[in-house]
Design a protein around this ligand. Structure first.
Ligand code: URP
Ligand code: ZN
Ligand code: ZN
Ligand code: ZN
Length: 464
């Protein structure tokens, strides 16, 4: 049985074009674009997109469903988190499987497959967090790449948990220079930060805002610089995750001017929130504790500029939700015990559309940083991230004029607060298709757990 869907009359926006076109979907794929009204395609379903945008489903290349962290677990499961993603116009997530110290990559990957399989509303893929670099791990990296897990996150932060030292980082980078893998770096000097944490707590500085003070921008910039030079020595490409400090953007910009294959990701929280949120009274600041931390507002302009000049290529969410009640509260009286992470998988496409409305980026740049670039960076293009014949029919009908107010009362993420509570934005997801199936139909959820499948990736397609 084949099914045909036609989307008529919308403005099709990709990273490269904006064209008024009708879109034909046959089964799970986009098969044709045509001048509006020019083709008399028969269809089982016709979607009228007049006055709306027709955009590729979002690709969120950084999520942590069910992540174990600080004695608890991120509160979205693959089921709740991918449903919320769909509500927000995201049709692919790349989540992080975790190798725990003393275990193999295989064990970690199997565990994450078991969490996700049969539970996802949209398609998913995995990166691998490498916490224990040894000869066995290095060999396993090659095997994972063959299975479509082609990127590996290392941490210069969190000593004793995820941390790798410079030698371990260099070895993993050397391996990825050979096997085509992409090293993703959490760039913060965790050894120095731990000293500052201890000293702050000894001074009685226990409130959430001190999380931002000890995790200094200079220590993000220093680690970013070190990661860049280690990658240069290894001859490997590098992708720096959750960049928040203007000094770190400057390191990336300089390396790129030198012609290095160095890339940067930032997240909506760094573009729209600041240390003012961390300083909110009555422990409210705990809602905004993540690492790298939120920065003073003046950093935001540098991030926007980086996104415009392509010194930053991708905006992902680092979605890692912890409820305020019972989870963030673990850190009352000691900011270092607040689980790190913010919810956002449902908010990213809308916040970045607001950035279009606010004049920070163009519409095509919106699609580039939220869909096409992450798909290319992580080997999913053009299956994901664009609207073109042959691509998966992951398509969003977006109403650019609808007004909404972000709130925990109305969001679908399994977390008891919104980092953007009360924020008014223009634009809203109306309808979402994932591989040709309706997941959101005019703001009704019609998806199902288990529709989403594991999507193996090729190696990075973004290298110069
Ligand atoms: O605070 C954060 N970002 N939590 C998730 C783990 C990570 O470092 O990405
Ligand atoms: Zn084991
Ligand atoms: Zn990180
Ligand atoms: Zn993360």
């Amino acid at each position: 049985m084949s099914s045909r869907t036609v989307i008529r009359g919308g403005l099709v926006i990709t990273a490269s074009d904006e064209i008024h076109a009708d879109v034909l979907i046959e089964d799970s794929r986009i098969t044709a674009l045509a001048t509006p009204g020019a083709q008399n395609w028969s269809a089982d379903r016709t979607i009228d997109a007049t006055g709306k945008y027709v955009i590729p489903g979002g690709v969120d290349a950084h999520t942590h469903m069910e992540l174990p962290f600080g004695g608890t677990f991120a509160s979205d499961t693959f089921e709740t988190g991918t449903r919320a993603a769909a509500w927000g116009g995201t049709t692919t997530i790349v989540d992080f499987a975790v190798q725990s110290v003393g275990h193999t990559l295989r064990e970690g990957l199997d565990t994450w497959h078991a969490k996700a399989e049969g539970n996802c509303a949209i398609d998913y893929a995995f990166h691998m967090i490498v916490s224990d670099v040894n000869q066995e791990t290095l060999k396993e990296m090659d095997l994972l790449i063959e299975e479509g897990v082609t990127s590996f996150k290392q941490f210069m932060a969190y000593p004793g948990v995820f941390y790798s030292d410079d030698g371990q980082i260099l070895r993993a980078m050397q391996r990825s220079a050979e096997n085509g893998g992409l090293i993703m770096m959490h760039a913060e000097n965790g050894i120095a930060i731990d000293v500052l944490v201890e000293q702050a707590l000894a001074r009685g500085e226990t409130d959430p805002r001190y999380h931002g003070e000890v995790r200094k921008a200079l220590l993000e910039a220093e680690a970013t610089h070190r990661a860049i030079r280690l990658a240069q020595v290894a001859g490997a490409p590098l992708y720096v995750v959750h960049v928040s400090a203007m000094e770190a953007v400057a390191e990336l910009a300089r390396a790129r001017d030198e012609g290095l294959n160095v890339f940067g990701e930032t997240c909506p929280q760094y573009l729209f929130l600041s240390t003012d949120n961390l300083a909110e009274p009555g422990f409210e600041g705990a809602k905004y504790v993540c690492s790298t931390p939120l920065r003073p507002k003046e950093h935001q302009a540098r991030l926007w500029r980086g996104l415009r000049t392509n010194d930053l290529q991708v905006v992902s969410t680092d979605h890692c939700p912890f409820c305020f009640t019972g989870q963030k509260e673990l850190g009352r009286g000691d900011f270092s015990r607040i689980p790190n992470g913010l919810p956002g998988v449902e908010n990213r496409m809308d916040l970045l559309h607001q950035a279009v409305v606010d004049g920070h980026i163009s519409r095509r740049r919106w699609i580039e940083i939220a869909c096409a670039a992450p798909a290319r960076m992580f080997g999913l293009y053009p299956k994901k991230g664009t609207i073109t014949p042959g691509a998966d029919a992951d398509v969003v009908i977006y109403d650019p004029h609808a007004e909404q107010v972000m709130s925990a009362e109305t969001h679908h993420m399994n977390v008891d607060y919104s980092a953007y509570e009360g924020k008014r934005v223009t634009g809203r997801v109306e309808t979402v298709l994932s591989r040709g199936e309706l997941v959101i139909d005019q703001r009704e959820y019609t998806g199902r757990a288990g529709h989403g499948v594991f999507t193996p990736r090729s190696t990075c397609q973004y290298l110069t």
